[in-house]
Write a protein that binds this ligand. Structure first.
Ligand SMILES: Nc1nc2c(c(=O)[nH]1)N[C@H]1C(S)=C(S)[C@@H](COP(=O)(O)O)O[C@H]1N2
Ligand SMILES: [Mo]
Length: 344
């Protein structure tokens, strides 16, 4: 019988056993521990442990799902809801991400969108099953992010930093762990159904030619010169990625997102780019010969009248015939860009 609370590919850990994963101990002792709230906030603050424990405490039962495939259901934690700390810090309007910083030799950290962390009921936890959180499991303070793989729950928490732009965490940046980490969608590594080893290899060799990696998450990655000929990358995210000189010839990139990516001299010859989003991307020198661009976008207009445009130059190759495939507003924008550069 399957357990409805168990996400795909997970198994229950032995009853009463909480596996230890990752770093074993914090850098310093738990005396004089403090947690600071900094970054895009009006009221930066540092809380001592005593101050944290005087704030209203929330009790939560949480299902833990580790990316290494064990789960532990109904673990009881108590502590301060992130909500409360954020309300006290008063985020500025730039604050869009939260970065959780650990006190550890490698300054272990992880990040997520702030609104998501709040919506998930994230806890700054001080106890486990009614007792102070053990040091090896992140005590005296760790974050507990429900409904994400457990690598989003940093042990030995010393800092909450609100950021305007996302910053990849330790595992996400070094080992190809997925930046969104939803266990119900099996977002384990940069693409579902690949191993940690494969993720690391892809990032190191920058070659995914011919591979099928649906929903690849390569946001913000440094992938200059990526070889992705004929790869199947539907719904991939390359938001803010560095992809100068990348080659996507013949690739299937329908609905892929290249928002704010650097695509200088990148090549999309014969690629399927239906519904792809190039808003804000640097397309100087990029080639789109023979690409299918139905429903692709290059500019967005905000409700406040602001516009985010992609950037073209005299070496950006888009066949005029391809403009027929675009929605009228998009076609007009691209036509303008092509006309402007004729004059310059
Ligand atoms: N500081 C720190 N936090 C961390 C890690 C780590 O290595 N260092 N590993 C993460 C991973 S991959 C997992 S699965 C959980 C493991 O928590 P546990 O050892 O208490 O089971 O902590 C997360 N938080
Ligand atoms: Mo993990």
């Amino acid at each position: 019988m399957g357990n409805a609370r168990l996400p795909p590919g997970q198994q229950l850990a032995a009853p009463g056993k909480w596996p230890l994963v990752g770093e074993r101990l914090p850098e310093r002792s738990s005396d004089n521990w403090s947690v600071s709230v900094t970054g895009c906030v009006h009221t930066p603050r540092t809380y001592s442990l005593a101050e944290l424990s005087r704030l209203p405490q929330a009790d939560c039962a949480i299902d833990i799902h580790c990316v290494t495939r064990w789960s532990m259901l109904g673990a009881r934690f108590s502590g301060v809801l992130l909500d409360r700390l954020i309300a006290e810090a008063q985020p500025t309007k730039e604050a869009r991400y939260i970065n959780w910083v650990a006190d550890s030799p490698r300054r272990h950290a992880t990040s997520m969108p702030l609104d998501e962390a709040l919506a998930l009921g994230t806890l700054v936890a001080l106890t486990y099953e009614g007792a102070p959180l053990p040091s090896e499991h992140g005590g005296p303070v760790r974050c507990i992010v429900p409904r994400r793989y457990f690598y989003k729950s940093v042990k030995w928490l010393i800092g909450l930093e609100l950021l305007a732009e996302d910053r990849l965490g330790y595992w996400e940046g070094t080992a190809g762990y997925h930046n969104h980490a939803d266990p119900w969608r099996e977002e384990r590594f940069i693409a579902s159904q690949i191993s940690r080893q494969e993720a690391a290899t892809i990032l190191a060799r920058r070659d995914i030619s011919g591979r099928e990696l649906l929903g690849l998450d390569a946001a913000q990655r440094e992938l200059r010169g990526l070889q992705a000929q004929r790869a199947v990358l539907r719904n991939a995210s390359f938001v803010e990625a560095q992809l100068a000189q990348a080659c996507f010839d013949g690739a299937n990139l329908s609905n892929a997102r290249f928002v704010d990516a650097c695509l200088r001299n990148a090549s999309f010859v014969g690629a399927d780019l239906e519904g792809a989003d190039f808003t804000g991307a640097d397309l100087r020198g990029a080639r789109f010969d023979g690409a299918s661009l139905f429903g692709a976008s290059f500019v967005t207009a905000g409700v406040d009248g602001s516009r985010r445009e992609s950037r073209f130059d005299a070496d950006t190759h888009i066949a005029v015939a391809a403009l027929e495939m675009l929605m009228p507003g998009q076609a007009e924008f691209v036509r303008e860009q092509l006309a402007l550069r004729e004059k310059s």
